[in-house]
Design a protein around this ligand. Structure first.
Ligand code: ATP
Length: 327
């Protein structure tokens, strides 16, 4: 290698996710353990361009493993998407003597990171942090397990009131372009059906699932709808059902940003801790433009290009399980 890494910059970018703090803590402490300085960059790429930076000690990350959100704050930055913006970011890195960058975020954040790495020959390691779990190359992203549990608990609560009033609840779930949260929450909460972008839920299937439940005198029906699976989300699905079956007492619940918050689960804390340590190790091993991931319980390194471009698919057995278990 032409140079040694003496200082690492760390930032969180895109949507916040529970467990990001645990990852920041792990990066900081793993770096310090290897005699590398850590500079915390606030407000994602916006802060990198503006130079909102503070050197972190081990104490700066104490008491944060259990906290949701991100103490570094996050931002979405249009300017960073331009070559001029990325040049500004690189100038900050030079000024602050940051030799390498660890980016905790989703595919958008990694796309930007990869460009910065290519344009200015900067080592970049990505840590997958998004509740959507939509990154190829890792079985789970930081925040996904917590969000899944939050959704499951919300649906359990809706089931109580749904049962009392014999209602059909349509619950809108986040996920950008991916249906992982929706499908898995549907299985975990015992929902009647899920509407996700990766699979077509024909009106007929939906009717069958709900109608079957009614014929069997099920007290309530719950259908989880991924926010972008159909134009208009859960409201649109409700409208269709009401037109077909005005006799159904249909209610829509949009979980919204509730899904993003809360203290991370043990799974997410452990995952984030492992990812943070592995990301620092990757830089020590002279890796660049890679993402740390988890496959079959093991830490893996995958090229950022693949993590961004390849699509992770829904498992067929889960989709089939939901169909079988809902009747
Ligand atoms: P989440 O999945 O939680 O939303 P994300 O990382 O995908 O996380 P985005 O809003 O897509 O979130 O991206 C975060 C930031 O990354 C953007 O605000 C922008 O600054 C940068 N970014 C996204 N796409 C690009 C791109 N094509 N080129 C350069 N930078 C990008």
């Amino acid at each position: 290698m032409e140079y040694t890494i003496k200082t690492i910059g760390v930032l969180t970018s895109g949507g916040d996710a529970p467990g990001m703090n645990a990852a920041v803590r792990a990066v900081t402490r793993a770096a310090i353990a290897n005699n590398i300085r850590v500079k915390a960059i606030f407000r994602g790429y916006e802060g990198l361009m503006a130079g909102e930076i503070q050197e972190f000690t081990s104490q700066d990350v104490s008491g944060i493993i259990q906290r949701g959100g991100t103490i570094l704050k996050s931002a979405r930055s249009k300017e960073f998407m331009t070559p001029e913006g990325r040049k500004k970011a690189y100038e900050t890195m030079q000024r602050e003597e940051i030799d390498a960058l660890i980016v905790i975020g989703g595919d958008g954040s990694f796309t930007g990171a990869r460009q910065l790495g290519q344009e200015f020959n900067v080592p970049i390691v990505g840590i997958p942090g998004t509740i959507d779990n939509d990154l190829w190359g890792t079985d789970s992203t930081i925040g996904y397990d917590t969000a899944l549990n939050t959704i499951m608990e919300c649906v359990d609560k809706l089931r109580d009131t749904g049962t009392s009033h014999e209602r059909l609840f349509l619950v809108e779930v986040m996920g950008r372009d991916a249906g992982f949260l929706t499908l898995n929450a549907a299985i975990a909460a015992g929902a009647e059906a899920a509407v996700i972008p990766e699979r077509t839920t024909l009106e007929k299937q939906l009717e069958t699932a709900i109608g079957y439940g009614r014929r069997k005198h099920k007290n309530s029906s719950i259908v989880l709808v991924q926010e972008h699976s159909v134009p208009g989300g859960a409201q649109a699905v409700a409208k269709t059902i009401e037109e077909l079956h005005p006799e159904y007492d249909t209610r829509v619940t949009i979980l919204g940003h509730l899904q993003r918050g809360g203290s991370p689960t043990a799974f997410d804390r452990i995952l984030a801790s492992r990812f943070g340590v592995a990301a620092v190790q990757a830089l020590l091993d002279e890796q660049r433009s890679i993402m740390v991931g988890l496959q079959n319980g093991e830490i893996v390194y995958v090229p950022l290009s693949k993590a961004i471009k390849q699509k992770k698919d829904i498992k067929d057995d889960k989709w089939e399980a939901l169909q079988v278990l809902s009747i």
